[in-house]
Design a protein around this ligand. Structure first.
Ligand code: GLU
Length: 428
């Protein structure tokens, strides 16, 4: 397989390199992942048979600190995808100034087909296979698509067994009862909301007359939809992997969350307490239809490659906030840019998750735990400040917001690369 996703990710880097001075050594090194590990994980299944799963962990660049990034459980996981996601993590951590490099991991499977016991054995087996590749000062995994605090708890426990010492700082996104941080589970959606609210303030828009469509109703999408609803925005469409719902009067997001939590799928409902009734006046739509709805704000919060050269010309939203990683291809980007659509990039908008992961790591290492209010204050201040810087770079250099975010990240990456003694550091 050609490394198409990574090649596409690298196009963003090449574009940004035109607007920032960075040594040739650093730019050359940033095109390649530092280390890529592929492992086979044998798992005893509940029926007694043995199944072998393929897993990956990629450390892309560790010049700014230990590498950081989630672990994804999904049938489409490939080395190419994991390398691209590790590339994005490198730029994400630099864009919001976390002292980390970028990494990512994944196992190719449909986690919904495994029992909890099988999932636990798989998670522990994965850590057995990658234990020498990770560590609190080397590489720190976290949740990503279809992984959660329970899985992070098993993985931290397994790593601690291997090392024969409790090592909470090796994983983030753990349950709060075993070293997790307050606010980590909601951090991606909360951070996205802070960025969105700060950026929309520049356009002088009234939330009550601003319509929003959210693709993906998982950990990130449902939280951002809920916060937008509470802030008075008209969230008119949401979807999950089964399909979506549309209502031009705006959806009742808390009821949908409650219904989804109890039935695991989305339907138009009205809930009071624990009693939910199906209600009329909603249309079911597909995920593709959701993307091209006539709304003001579009929030892709599912998987990568959703807006491409094929559908970018049909997008009607004026603003896109990327809560998923890589939802727009570089070809899709160019079309949106020509059409004057503002795209607020993933490496800023969804950085709330890894930011609170950083806070969790700091708390684990210091042994001092923070309140939820302290976590959310720090998160808000950091993301809004970085968003303002990226906005300014975009305005000053007249470049798209994504390129501005990469420029911002590259300045920090360059400082770290050159301080390690690349050629330019000595000659200039
Ligand atoms: N998986 C999340 C991301 O893509 C969080 C990573 C982390 O917390 O390390 O940003």
């Amino acid at each position: 397989m050609t490394s198409s996703l990574l090649t596409d990710a690298n196009r963003r880097l090449e574009r940004a390199l035109k607007h920032v001075h960075i040594s040739e050594d650093a730019s050359e090194r940033l095109k390649f992942p530092k280390a890529s590990l592929k492992v086979s994980i044998p798992v005893r299944m509940d029926d007694g048979s043995l199944r072998v799963f393929e897993g990956y962990r990629v450390r892309y660049d560790d010049t700014r600190g230990p590498t950081k990034g989630g672990i994804r459980f999904h049938p489409n996981v490939t080395m190419d995808e994991v390398q691209s996601l590790a590339f994005w993590m490198t730029f994400k951590c630099a864009a919001v100034n976390l002292p980390f490099g970028g990494a990512k991991g994944g196992i190719t499977l449909n986690p919904k087909e495994l029992s909890k016991f099988e999932l636990e054995r798989l998670s522990r087996g994965y850590v057995d296979a990658i234990a020498d590749f990770i560590g609190p000062d080397i590489d720190i995994p976290a949740p990503d698509v279809y992984t959660n605090p329970m899985i992070m708890g098993w993985m931290m426990d397994q790593y601690s067994i291997i090392r024969r010492q409790l090592s909470p700082a090796v994983m983030t996104g753990k349950p709060v009862g075993m070293g997790g941080s307050q606010g980590r589970d909601r951090a991606t959606g909360t951070g996205a909301f802070y960025v969105l609210a700060a950026m929309m303030a520049k356009f002088d828009r009234n939330p009550a007359t601003t319509t929003v469509a959210v693709q993906g109703f998982g950990n990130a999408g449902s939280v951002v939809a809920r916060l937008l609803f509470e802030a008075g925005y008209q969230v008119v469409a949401v979807s999950d992997s089964h399909g979506g719902l549309y209502c031009d009067r705006g959806l009742d997001i808390p009821s949908l969350q409650q219904f989804k939590a109890s039935t695991r799928s989305l339907q138009a409902v009205y809930c009071e307490g624990t009693v939910c009734n199906l209600v009329d006046g909603h249309d079911t739509i597909t995920n593709d239809e959701l993307l091209t709805l006539d709304v003001d704000i579009l929030i892709p919060a599912a998987l990568e490659n959703q807006i491409t050269a094929e559908n970018a010309s049909q997008i009607q939203a004026e603003y896109i906030f990327e809560v998923a990683n890589g939802p727009i291809t570089s070809a899709g980007d160019r079309i949106l840019e020509d059409r004057g659509i503002y795209v607020f990039p993933d490496i800023l908008v969804n950085a709330g998750g890894v930011t609170v992961s950083y806070y969790e790591w700091v708390q684990n290492r210091s042994g001092l735990y923070w309140s939820e209010a302290e976590v959310s204050d720090r998160l808000k201040n950091k993301l809004v400040a970085e968003a303002e810087d990226i906005w300014r770079i975009s305005q000053n250099l007249a470049i798209p917001l994504r390129t501005a975010a990469y420029v911002h990240a590259l300045e920090r990456l360059e400082a770290a690369h050159s301080a390690r003694g690349t050629r330019d550091y000595y000659v200039s």
